[in-house]
Design a protein around this ligand. Structure first.
Ligand SMILES: [Zn+2]
Length: 356
């Protein structure tokens, strides 16, 4: 457990005391009133126990939940997300949870086995990317739109175990092979949270399912979600405005995370590797160099925490400046952290595309 989640747990343990105080105050007031037409609300203590899978979906869920419930995170920031192996503690956490929120689109390949192991028949699942047609993972083109749509129709909640069994084994046993250049996320590139427009849909999905599951707190979920969606709309406007002058800018990232963002704002992303665990092969370097020759590549980006001499080598070979952009797979757990990182990503993209 990270210090942040420990801190959160402490906060949540304190809540029943606060609501007990409110209850006593309300009860006392009612004694002297002629009629008490509303029962004391205890929305903070009655809120659901929610577990999210990893950072972006954690930020979005916390933004919607606010003070209403407890929100924990399965993959604590700093742990690798793409090839995550669930632990017995994760199963314990899910066994005690009311709601599980996932990014979806195949990002959390470990999840269906974990949910089965947790044995919590009451657990409600929220797929935050429900209805989003993700682009193909490879190079930002959308050839596989129809396949993904088909998959969406058999959506997650009810049929999860059967439907995803095949994926699970693929990832667990053959993770690296699967993620080679012939990689496929059968459901499309899952990095939808990096597109401020798709992020709005994720927040709305989380809101709608929370309202279904916990209608008592609907008003709070609605107003929290609205505030966060407004911020995402503002962010989208800033991206549009800042990236308009660099339309068509072709950039290379370390891992294949920014395709949705690129497509949204008229840029082109190529990636050195598919997922961060992949090691950079001579073929990757050759492919990137060819791409740089074919297209006019403007920028090369690494990621925070990735130090690989081969990226520096590519940068100097291609005479491209090297900056970092952050795929938000790790970081701080305050919902506002999303905007901080996305604005700094925007600055880096805009600067690199203009300067080269
Ligand atoms: Zn990723």
């Amino acid at each position: 457990m990270t210090s942040t989640t420990q801190y959160l747990s402490v906060l949540h343990r304190l809540r029943p005391t606060a609501s007990l105080q409110r209850f006593l105050i309300t009860a006392f007031t009612c004694l002297s009133a002629i009629a008490c037409d509303s029962a004391p609300t205890s929305e903070t203590s009655s809120g659901p126990k929610i577990v999210t899978t990893f950072l972006p979906v954690h930020l979005f869920t916390k933004a919607v939940v606010g003070d209403t419930g407890q929100v924990d995170i399965l993959i604590s920031p700093g742990k690798e997300v793409h090839d995550y192996q669930a632990t017995p503690e994760d199963a314990k956490l899910l066994a005690q949870a009311d709601i599980l929120v996932e990014n979806g689109l195949g990002m959390e390949a470990f999840l269906s086995d974990l949910v089965a192991n947790a044995g919590n028949s009451e657990l409600q699942q929220i797929d935050s990317s429900k209805g989003i047609e993700a682009m193909d993972g490879e190079h930002g083109h959308d050839e596989h739109g129809h396949d993904e749509h088909k998959h969406d129709e058999h959506k997650h909640d009810e049929h999860k175990h059967d439907e995803h069994k095949h994926d699970e084994h693929g990832h667990d046993e053959h993770g690296h092979d699967e993620h080679g250049h012939g990689h496929h996320h059968p459901e499309g590139n899952p990095h939808v949270w990096l597109d401020p427009v798709l992020a709005q849909q994720q927040v709305a999905n989380i809101r709608d399912r929370l309202i279904e599951i916990d209608p008592d707190n609907a008003d709070s979920y609605r107003s929290n979600a609205e505030a966060y969606i407004q911020q995402l709309q503002q962010l989208d406007s800033e991206f549009k405005e800042k990236l308009a002058p660099v339309q068509g800018c072709n950039f290379i990232t370390f891992h294949d995370a920014f395709g949705h963002l690129a497509q949204r704002y008229g840029l082109q992303q190529e990636a050195i590797v598919h997922i961060p665990e992949d090691s950079i092969t001579p073929q990757d370097i050759q492919r990137v160099q060819q791409l740089a020759k074919q297209h006019s590549v403007k920028a090369l980006f690494t990621e925070p925490g990735i130090e690989d001499k081969r990226i520096e080598q590519i940068s100097s070979d291609l005479n491209l400046s090297l900056e970092a952009i952050n795929p938000l797979e790790s970081g701080e757990t305050d919902p506002q952290y999303y905007f901080q990182v996305m604005r700094s990503n925007l600055e880096a993209l805009s600067r690199a595309c203009q300067n080269n």
